[in-house]
Design a protein around this ligand. Structure first.
Ligand SMILES: [Zn+2]
Length: 300
């Protein structure tokens, strides 16, 4: 095949940059492009890019373009199912752990700002794997942002219990109200059945999840580490090539840095973020931590 001319590469590059900025602006994330000549700021979005198309590091948010609605359904291990959000609007990824208790982590929106039927799609994808909403015994929320927890109360209408980080200051309720208003949503309400703290270990019958308190994106953020499967769920703390926003109420870039430092010391084979694609393999996970720390915190 003939090598495309530089002009074509430049044109494609501009299209990808424009789409990436638009796409990232719909989500709670920061994206950085990196040029050989240095970092280039696109208002709050910094985008990672190396020279022209032939050298662009295409991140997961671009690869999403090539997937269908069901393209994000994946059985990661016999006990872990991933439902990676594939729509155009904002919603989070959902993860399902199969132990004696079936546990759903971050069920996401019911409908998002584009009126995409997020919960309907999730339940449809789960049904293809043989799970119904009524099968879910526990819902864990990594943090109280509407795009992670709006569906919880609907699924909870079955027998599922809801677990969140212990919220000593009533933060979650206040933030949920503020964030719902900010995104033009009906006020989201959740009624937790139990509270989680740093160091807790959840015994789910064949699966154990360690609770790690990782504030910074929000002050109630937790990550969940399954040591047996070497799997880490990070919510909006760290993504593939990016980090969660820190400009929402309760956010702090300095605290987020500490949380990411702490997570980077774990032995992780699969990093399962709240948005965008998962990061697989120990070396890719470590590279992701290294790259994110260098790009966002200047740590080499
Ligand atoms: Zn969030």
């Amino acid at each position: 095949m003939r090598k495309p001319s530089i002009a074509v590469e430049e044109y494609l590059c501009i299209l990808i940059l424009a789409y990436s900025i638009y796409y990232s602006s719909r989500r709670g994330q920061t994206i950085r492009f990196y040029f050989e000549s240095g970092n280039v700021n696109f208002s709050s979005h910094m985008v990672k890019c190396r020279n022209l198309l032939s050298r662009i590091k295409i991140n997961s948010w671009i690869l999403v373009l090539n997937k269908g609605v069901d393209g994000g359904k994946m059985k990661l291990t016999p006990n872990i199912y991933c439902y990676i959000w594939q729509g155009m609007g904002n919603n989070c990824n959902t993860y399902l752990f199969v132990g004696d208790t079936i546990t759903l982590i971050d069920p996401g929106h019911i409908k998002n700002e584009r009126q995409e039927p997020c919960l309907e799609r999730l339940l449809g994808a789960m049904a293809k794997d043989g799970f119904k909403a009524e099968d879910v015994g526990l819902i864990i929320l990594t943090h109280a942002h509407p795009d992670h927890c709006e569906s919880a109360s609907v699924i909870n209408a079955g027998s599922a219990k809801i677990a969140v980080h212990r919220d000593k200051d009533g933060y979650a309720k206040m933030i949920l109200e503020q964030m719902s208003r900010l995104f033009g949503l009906k006020p989201v309400e959740i009624t937790p059945d139990s509270f989680l703290e740093d160091g807790d270990i959840l015994h789910l019958g064949g699966i154990e999840l360690n609770v790690i308190y990782t504030p910074g994106h929000s002050s109630d953020s937790i990550s969940l580490y399954c040591e047996k499967e070497k799997t880490l769920i990070t919510g909006d703390v760290i993504f593939s090539g990016s980090i969660g926003r820190t400009d929402f109420p309760g956010g702090s870039i300095d605290i987020l840095k500490q949380s990411i430092e702490r997570l980077s010391k774990l032995d992780v084979e699969y990093l399962l973020p709240g948005h965008m694609d998962i990061v697989s393999s120990k070396s890719n996970v470590q590279n992701n931590f290294t790259m994110v720390k260098r790009m966002f915190f200047g740590i080499s």
